[in-house]
Design a protein around this ligand. Structure first.
Ligand code: SAM
Length: 257
């Protein structure tokens, strides 16, 4: 199971400041058509990057509640959002929201559902707290579709297999439309957001994933330090030669209660 401790929270924050994820946040906000004064719940708000941008979209008469179950993430989000009066950050789990029924105009949930064994329960909670006509925007990744030029395909496959085995729902997008309709949502629609990296930069998305996956496999004793070093050296070499290519597909789902 993935635990967002202090180290992983800070690494994720650095990666999520890169252009590929900035684009994802802009598209998420555009898809919700937010109005000044609206109330929005950002579920699994992490370090508060989307939370902060949502606050700008609804203005000072609006209200944004960001919730997350990781104390390290909550700390980063509180620090980022401290001067924005319309934002409140609270520690809570998506499966047991403390908010009343029919109380929000919109909900966002980016890159959280893959960590949950019971996705229908989370969707039911998000549906419950939305007002009738309220909108939801969910971003999820399908980890089966990774394209990655590397020196050793079977080593790469074992890294991604290890990552997929550590999360309960790595292939959610294919069934998310159905799950949203089963939870009572209508007007379900989906668009693709490919995350493409053509160089190996310290904080870009793929470098962050490689660092995380190698560290996990090293801790489990399934990879040696020499193997990890050789793998990274090859990625850097490919990057310098203009041969680096990584792509994974994220999907932005929107729906209405
Ligand atoms: C990859 S981060 C995404 C953060 C943020 N949504 C974004 O896109 O910038 C996933 C977040 O989901 C949070 N999370 C995981 N399980 C959760 C749960 N059951 N309830 C609330 N948050 C959860 C993690 O702590 C982490 O902050």
């Amino acid at each position: 199971m993935v635990e967002y401790d202090e180290q992983l929270s800070k690494e994720t924050e650095r990666g999520y400041l890169m252009p590929e994820i900035v684009n994802q946040r802009s598209r998420t906000i555009a898809a919700l058509h937010l109005q000044a004064g609206e109330h929005v719940l950002d579920v699994g708000c992490g370090m508060g990057l989307l939370t902060q941008e949502l606050a700008l979209a609804v203005g000072t008469n609006g209200r944004i509640l960001g919730i997350d179950n990781s104390p390290s993430m909550i700390k980063l989000a509180q620090k980022r959002c401290t001067d924005i009066s319309q934002i409140d950050i609270q520690e809570a789990s998506v499966t047991t929201l403390h908010e009343p029924d029919n109380s929000f105009d919109a909900v966002t949930c980016a890159q959280l559902l893959l960590y949950l064994p019971d996705v229908p329960k989370a969707l039911a909670e998000m549906h419950r707290i939305l007002k009738k006509g309220g909108r939801i925007a969910i971003v999820e990744t399908d980890w089966r579709g990774v394209l990655f030029n590397t020196m050793d395909e079977s080593f790469t496959k074992s890294l991604f297999d290890g990552w997929e085995a550590s999360i309960p729902s790595p292939h959610l997008p294919g069934k998310l439309s159905m799950l949203l309709r089963q939870a009572g949502f209508t007007a379900v629609s989906v668009q693709g957001i490919p995350i493409i990296n053509t160089s190996y930069l310290p904080d870009n998305y793929s470098a962050g994933m490689v660092t995380y996956m190698l560290r996990s496999e090293l801790e489990k004793g399934r990879v040696t330090q020499e193997q990890a070093d050789a793998y990274v050296a090859d990625l850097k070499k490919r990057s310098d030669a203009g041969e680096y290519f990584f792509c994974v597909n994220r999907f932005l789902f929107t729906a209405v209660k």
